[in-house]
Design a protein around this ligand. Structure first.
Ligand code: PA5
Length: 450
C-alpha cells in the first residue's frame, strides 16, 4: 500500500519538545472514541468506517444511474450547497483537465448550482442550458435548504418545459434523507430516482456517499478507486494503529499544539490550481467542524505560486498567527520542458531544458524555507501524484484528522449550530410566517444602521 506522507519536521521547531508526547494519549482516546461512538456527536459517525462498507450493489446502482444520465445529457447540473456540493466539486476539479469545457467530448459537463443566491449566475445558467440536453442531480440532506431549493425550482421548471413531465423523471435524480424532508416527499410524488444519505453521515462528511459518488461518476471518474484510496487510509488510521504510526492523529496533534501557541490560522497551500476546490472542501470540513464555542483554528487557503503574488507578503511578513499546510504532489503527469531562446532577453536560459514541474518544485521548497524563516510553521502532506486513488486517501485523511482534532479541541465536530443564525434573519426579513416580530426588529436595526 502506497500511503500519503505527512512531514511535520518544519513545524517541530515551533513547539515545545514534550508537547507532542503529552498530546498522544488524548489523540489515541479521540480516535478510539470515533470508532466506539463514545464522544460528542456520536450519532454522526457513519463516515468513520464508510469507505470499506459501501457495498457492491450500492456502487453498481450509482454507476448504472450515472451511465443513464451520461447517455442523455450534455450538461448535468449538480444542485446543492456546503457538504452537498463541495466534495464532488473538489474531486472533479482535481481530476479533470483544466480546459475540459472545450476539449472533453466523452463526458457530459458537470456544473454546479444552488450554492448561492445570485440572480445573475442563475440567469446565466438558464441561458447556458437553453439549447442543451440537460439533467440534474439535486442534493439536500435536510431537503429544506433555501439555496438549492430555489435553484431546483428554476431548473425543474426548465426541464419540465423542455422535456415534459415524463421526460423530467429520467432527467432528475434526488439525493436526500431516506424518509424525511420536502425533497424526499417531492421526489416520491414526482417519481424521481432517489438515493438516500445515511442518517449517521453529516453533510461535510458525505462525499463518499451518493452525494459525491454519483456526480463524480457522471463526470467520468472511477468511484471504486476513490473508495479504495479512502479504505486504505482508514486501515492505517484505525483505532488499533498507534499514534506514532497514525498520520491523521499526528496532523491533528500538531495543528492543535500550534493553535495553543497562538497560531490561530491554518493556511492550506497547493502548487496545482486543480486543488483549489479541495481546499474549499477542506475549509468547510474544518471550519464548520471546529469553529464553535469561541474556539477553533480559522482555515484559510492559497493557490501557489499565484497567491505568492498576493498573499505571499502577508504570510512572509504579517502578523505571526499563521501556520501553513502544503499539499505537495511529487510528480506531474505531463512532461513539459522550458525551451532555449537564442536572444535570452528574459535571461531565463539557465532554466532551458528543465521541466516546468522542477521549477514549480523549487518554488515550493524555496517558499517553505522562506516561510519557516519568517516564523510560519510548515506541515507537508505529500502524494506521489494527483490521481483518483490519492484523492480518496486525502479525503479520508482530512476527515479522520478533523474528527480527532475536534475532540482534542473539546468541541462537537459534527454539528453546526452557528449556521442557523443567518437563516433565521433571512427568513424574518423575507416575511416568512412565524417570524413577524423578529422581522420588524431586524428592519428597525437596518434603518438605524444607515
Ligand atoms: O456539513 C453540513 O452539514 C452542511 O454544510 C450541509 O451540508 C449544508 O448546510 C447543506 O445542507 P443540506 O444538504 O441539508 O441542504
Amino acid at each position: 500500500m502506497d500511503i500519503l506522507r505527512l512531514d511535520i519536521s518544519a513545524a517541530i521547531p515551533f513547539v515545545d519538545p514534550d508537547a507532542i508526547e503529552k498530546c498522544k494519549t488524548k489523540a489515541a482516546i479521540a480516535n478510539k472514541s470515533l470508532y466506539d461512538k463514545t464522544g460528542k456527536g456520536n450519532d454522526f459517525l457513519g463516515w468513520v468506517t464508510l469507505p470499506a462498507n459501501v457495498n457492491e450493489s450500492d456502487i453498481s446502482e450509482i454507476e448504472s444511474v450515472s451511465q443513464q444520465l451520461r447517455e442523455i445529457s450534455d450538461i448535468v447540473i449538480v444542485i446543492g450547497i456546503g457538504g452537498s456540493y463541495l466534495g464532488a466539486k473538489a474531486v472533479i476539479e482535481s481530476l479533470g483537465s483544466s480546459f475540459d469545457i472545450y476539449t472533453d467530448t466523452e463526458n457530459p459537463k458537470v456544473i454546479f448550482a444552488g450554492h448561492h443566491l445570485d440572480e445573475d449566475y442563475l440567469s446565466d445558467l438558464l441561458n447556458f442550458i437553453k439549447t442543451k440536453r440537460v439533467s440534474c442531480i439535486v442534493i439536500s440532506k435536510s431537503g429544506t435548504t433555501t439555496e438549492p431549493a430555489v435553484t431546483f425550482r428554476l431548473v425543474k421548471q426548465h426541464i419540465e418545459t423542455t422535456f415534459g413531465k415524463e421526460g423530467a423523471k429520467d432527467r432528475i435524480v434526488a439525493i436526500t434523507d431516506h424518509s424525511r424532508g420536502a425533497l424526499r416527499k417531492m421526489s416520491e410524488q414526482e417519481g424521481y430516482k432517489t438515493f438516500a444519505i445515511p442518517d449517521d453521515v453529516g453533510g461535510r462528511f458525505s462525499v463518499l456517499t451518493p452525494v459525491g459518488l454519483l456526480p463524480i461518476s457522471v463526470a467520468g471518474f472511477d468511484i471504486r478507486i476513490l473508495l479504495k484510496g479512502a479504505t486504505d487510509l482508514e486501515k492505517v488510521s484505525n483505532k488499533n494503529v498507534p499514534v506514532e504510526k497514525n498520520i491523521c492523529a499526528q496532523y491533528a496533534i500538531i495543528r492543535n499544539i500550534l493553535y495553543g501557541k497562538g497560531k490561530k490560522i491554518e493556511i492550506l497551500a497547493n502548487y496545482n490550481p486543480k486543488l483549489h476546490y479541495l481546499t474549499e472542501w477542506w475549509k468547510q470540513l474544518f471550519g464548520e467542524s471546529e469553529g464553535k464555542e469561541g474556539k477553533g483554528i480559522f482555515p484559510a487557503g492559497v493557490d501557489f505560486t499565484s497567491d505568492l503574488h498576493s498573499m505571499g507578503q502577508y504570510i512572509q511578513d504579517g502578523e505571526r498567527i499563521l501556520f501553513e499546510t502544503v499539499i505537495s504532489i511529487e510528480k506531474p503527469y505531463n512532461e513539459l520542458f522550458i525551451p532555449e531562446d537564442t536572444e535570452n532577453l528574459d535571461q531565463l536560459n539557465f532554466l532551458a531544458g528543465k521541466r516546468i514541474g522542477e521549477v514549480n518544485k523549487m518554488a515550493e521548497l524555496g517558499t517553505m524555507l522562506a516561510h519557516v524563516d519568517g516564523g510560519v510553521p510548515n506541515i507537508r502532506i505529500e502524494i506521489p501524484e494527483l490521481d483518483t486513488y490519492f484523492i480518496g486517501q486525502l479525503i479520508y485523511f482530512f476527515e479522520k484528522a478533523c474528527g480527532i482534532s475536534g475532540y482534542l479541541l473539546d468541541v462537537n465536530p459534527f454539528d453546526q449550530p452557528g449556521v442557523e443564525a443567518y437563516k433565521k434573519n433571512m427568513f424574518a426579513l423575507l416575511g416568512k410566517a412565524g417570524f413577524e416580530s423578529e422581522g420588524e426588529q431586524l428592519r428597525k436595526r437596518l434603518v438605524n444602521n444607515k
